[in-house]
Design a protein around this ligand. Structure first.
Ligand code: GAR
Length: 209
């Protein structure tokens, strides 16, 4: 099986979707969940599923590199084939991205390359966009910049509230993230020199086939 370590900071609803997508025949094994916050609700979700949990708080480390080194040390005790960022809200160093090159996925709540960074739903609404969504991408040294593996694209409804849009994007995340992780575990999704590939097809920058 494909050993996976999941990094979280908060609610962990994407972690839950991943857990719920697994059964004994699944090629994915979530070996551990690591949070940078002790109060992340996702830790309780992991414990309820019998998954090892760890907390690594950034205070107490001299700098980002020292924090990332501590993270890597814990993650690598599980020898994961894949590391999954699921609402992990700390920027990781270039060294971290390089260490897990090709085996580090993130989910971001926008149609990348649009709206990297924070506050994506508000920015999409303020811009008057007709479409919004979420993206699963390989993590590279560039923040929210790595090759996209899959996106869900939603039509923004007239006068849609930010709460409703946020909920709908979340629901879409819970569909596409388990799918991308499964593809990776099956050896179908990989990072190649030219970008993300699904089977033998190079995915375009948008992640739409
Ligand atoms: C998700 O919407 C994810 O896309 C976003 O945080 C949320 C975590 O929710 N990630 C980022 O903004 C990364 N910059 P969850 O804890 O319920 O899975």
């Amino acid at each position: 099986p494909c050993n996976v370590v999941v990094l979280i900071s908060g609610s962990g609803s994407n972690l839950q979707a991943l857990i719920d997508s697994l059964d004994e025949n699944s090629p994915v094994r979530i070996r551990a969940v690591v949070s940078n916050r002790a109060d992340a609700f996702g830790l309780q979700r992991a414990q309820a599923a019998g998954i090892d949990t760890h907390v690594v708080q950034h205070k107490g480390f001299a700098d980002r590199e020292a924090f990332d080194a501590a993270l890597i040390e814990i993650i690598d005790t599980y020898q994961p084939q894949l590391v999954v960022l699921a609402g992990f809200m700390r920027i990781l160093s270039a060294g971290f991205a390089r260490h897990y090159q090709g085996r580090l996925l993130n989910i971001h709540p926008s149609l990348l390359p649009k709206y990297k960074g924070l506050d994506t739903h508000r920015r999409a609404l303020d811009a008057g966009d007709q479409e919004h969504g979420c993206s699963v991408h390989f993590v590279t040294e560039e923040l929210d910049g790595g090759p996209v593996a899959i996106q869900a694209c939603l039509r923004i409804e007239p006068n849609e509230s930010i709460d409703k849009l946020t909920d709908r994007v979340h629901a879409a995340e819970h569909i596409i993230y388990p799918l991308a992780v499964r593809w990776f575990a099956e050896g179908r999704l990989r990072l190649a020199d030219q970008g993300a590939m699904l089977d033998d097809t190079l995915l375009p920058a948008s992640g739409h086939l």
